[in-house]
Design a protein around this ligand. Structure first.
Ligand code: IPD
Ligand code: CA
Length: 272
């Protein structure tokens, strides 16, 4: 995709998130929930409404592009080299249900399976984060960059448990938390993978790792971190794969290496 077309995609999404953010604002605090994979894996009418809006408008404008979205996911995604939009209509649905303001819409565009555009709009924080591959990362139009913390001893860390409540997963989460807590400055969990990525990209935290994510949770955020100067890898130390359901991201590559050695890992069936 040439740079003019990419710019067209970016401008189009910037207009579209004004509409999706308006839907989120109108529906917040008045939602009824249903559950999906577990007792606390929520979906609301607003998640579906935002995904429908985004799908319809993107289809109209770019009929040859493919779409992947959290609410239309059916067990596996068909991920190809074609231009593909990967969408989380509301990331941080639990926050949305509780009107905790860390909730957002996350939109990524991939070409040849590489993320080339990422936009994360957080209407209750009045923030829009974005990155175009090779063009840096921005928050509300201002350039952002990671903080260069090279050791866990000086780090503020984000990690999350998500909505998986299996014993194996809980044990992994608690084991990793125990192994870092005694050493780092502190840990946080914001309830939105996409906004966790933005906090790292903005230099507010030094590290973010999580297991069990889906491609729509992390596609846009991973590019925003990379374009802000951060390192994004698979927790095993392998190259990052948006379909592998795991992320380890840091401002400084030395911290990524340290954590990759330290963390216990769990594998999942890929999203594709
Ligand atoms: C969740 C959030 C949360 C993360 C979970 C995700 P959702 O997405 O990103 O921070 O810990 O793993 O499932 O369900 O709110 O779109
Ligand atoms: Ca999500």
């Amino acid at each position: 995709m040439d740079s003019n077309k990419l710019e067209e995609c970016k401008n189009f999404i910037f207009q579209l998130i004004e509409e999706s953010s308006a839907v989120m604002k109108a529906k917040c605090g008045r939602v009824t929930t249903e559950t999906k994979a577990s007792r606390i894996d929520f979906v609301t009418e607003a998640d579906r409404a935002v995904e429908k809006l985004l799908f319809e408008k993107i289809r109209q404008r770019f009929p040859d592009h493919r779409l992947i979205g959290e609410e239309s996911f059916e067990g596996k995604v068909d991920f190809t080299d074609d231009p593909t939009w990967i969408i989380d209509p509301i990331d941080g649905t639990t926050n949305f249900v509780h009107s905790f303001p860390f909730t957002c819409t996350s939109i990524a565009l991939t070409v040849n399976k590489t993320v080339v555009l990422g936009v994360i709009a957080a209407p209750f924080l009045d923030k829009v984060y974005h990155a175009v591959k090779g063009g840096g990362s921005y928050c509300n139009g201002e350039k952002i960059s990671v903080r260069s913390c090279d050791s866990l001893e000086d780090a503020l860390v984000i990690t999350e448990m998500g909505s998986n409540r299996s014993e194996e997963f809980l044990n992994l989460y608690l084991k990793n938390l125990a192994s870092i807590l005694w050493k780092c400055h502190g840990h946080r969990s914001l309830g939105s993978a996409a906004l966790n990525c933005c906090m790292l990209a903005s230099g507010h935290v030094d590290c973010y790792f999580e297991f069990g994510l889906r491609c729509w949770d992390m596609a846009a955020g991973a590019l925003i971190i990379q374009e802000a100067g951060g390192r994004v890898i698979d927790p095993d130390g392998d190259p990052f794969n948006i379909m592998r359901r795991r992320i380890l991201a840091t401002g400084n590559p030395m911290l990524a290496t340290e954590l990759s050695k330290k963390l216990s890992k769990m594998s999942f069936p890929f999203d594709d």
